[in-house]
Ligand binder design. Structure first.
Ligand code: GGG
Length: 357
């Protein structure tokens, strides 16, 4: 029996709804596999915790997480607390302190889901966006002075380091190399931002020599939105800065039918810290408590988590079950269905139990 210890942090909004669904599906999967045990421990951190304690997670929270093999995260953000407090207090606190510098965001159109793009169907849009996840625009370098006065100044300085850019570039080239098309697009804004972004281009060129079998090209981020929309089949693996990739991956999710299906993995490739897996979507308080949150992104990121844990067969079985359920039309309203979170979850569990492979 292989055992993996997983820390669940459902956090805010629809986070608890989709993580509950994810744990139910993972427990059914482990039972079906027979030789796999997943031990969950749920942490009550997030905005409710903040309202009680003035912090999003306890001071020793990172120490508490360290012994786990992976973190399964829901969503962060609430209407009554500023977003920068909730985001930096929980999600970014974990990502940055656990050096989860590679954020991997796959996109594909699942069977049964319709893309808003014309003439694009299942198999046509198959991307992996690699987001630099430790520095850049999210370096946290800035400040405010003269608050409220006419001369008030606010700075938000992006930090790009040679170490940070080189390691994410290598990571992205490696992913591109592992995929059939062996093709990487490097996104920057190096026409207007002539220091850090030009360094990105130079480092991409340098790292590319380590991967002679990978073809690559460069795009400016504004032009990239056009290419994703009008020529989506021309793309495969993409690497971009923390902010650019955050924006592009929301677009990617929408082009694949809904951000409700888009997963993300925050990876510490060296394995010094647990990696963290979550749906891309946030807390979505407009639909919180209605029972209609799409759990598919949370299931798909569970597949990423299982793969990361070396459980490839379980990962593939879960992805097959999700695709089968989508193809059968059991889907939440964001992707045109009428099913509830619970109905989609039950259908995926049914598909896992019913699989005769
Ligand atoms: N599950 C992802 C999540 O909760 N995201 C909240 C958010 O606001 N993220 C912004 C960011 O990661 O840049």
């Amino acid at each position: 029996m292989r055992t993996h210890k997983i820390a669940a942090i459902p956090a805010d909004g629809i986070g608890p709804e989709v993580i509950e669904a994810g744990i139910a599906v993972l427990e059914a999967l482990a039972e079906r596999m027979g030789d796999l045990k997943l031990e969950f421990r749920t942490f009550d951190w997030g905005t409710d915790y903040y309202r009680k304690h003035g912090i999003m997670m306890p001071a020793d929270g990172l120490e508490q997480l360290k012994p786990f093999d992976a973190i399964y995260f829901g969503a962060v953000g609430a209407p009554d607390v500023p977003d920068h407090i909730t985001l930096w207090g929980l999600r970014l606190n974990i990502c940055q302190n656990f050096d989860q510098y590679a954020n991997v965001r796959p996109t594909k159109i699942l069977p049964g889901i319709t893309s808003p793009l014309r003439n694009v169907g299942v198999g046509d849009l198959d991307w992996v966006i690699v987001r630099e996840n430790s520095e850049g625009e999210y370096a946290g370098n800035g400040g405010r002075t003269h608050r409220g006065q006419p001369e008030e100044v606010g700075t938000e300085v992006s930090i790009f380091t040679r170490t940070g850019v080189t390691r994410i570039m290598r990571y992205a080239f490696r992913i591109a190399q592992s995929r059939p098309r062996k093709f990487l697009t490097v996104v920057t804004k190096s026409n207007a931002q002539r220091f850090g972004m030009v360094m990105w281009d130079e480092i991409a060129e340098e790292v590319s020599h380590e991967f002679p079998d990978v073809t690559w090209d460069k795009m400016l981020v504004d032009a990239m939105t056009v290419r994703m929309t009008l020529n989506p089949k021309s793309l495969d693996t993409v690497v971009a800065t923390n902010l650019h990739a955050d924006i592009l991956s929301d677009l990617a999710g929408a082009l694949a039918g809904s951000i409700g299906v888009a997963p993300t993995a925050n990876i510490n490739p060296e394995g010094h810290f647990p990696s963290m897996f979550e749906p891309i979507h946030g807390s979505a308080f407009d639909i919180t408590g209605k029972g209609i949150a799409n759990p598919v992104a949370t299931f798909w990121t569970a597949c990423q988590m299982l793969e990361h844990l070396g459980e490839n067969a379980a990962s593939e079985r879960l992805m097959r079950a999700v695709e089968q359920v989508c193809a059968a039309g059991v889907m939440t309203p964001d992707v045109g269905g009428k099913a509830t979170t619970q109905e989609v979850t039950d259908a995926v569990i049914g598909a896992i139990r019913g699989a005769n492979d």
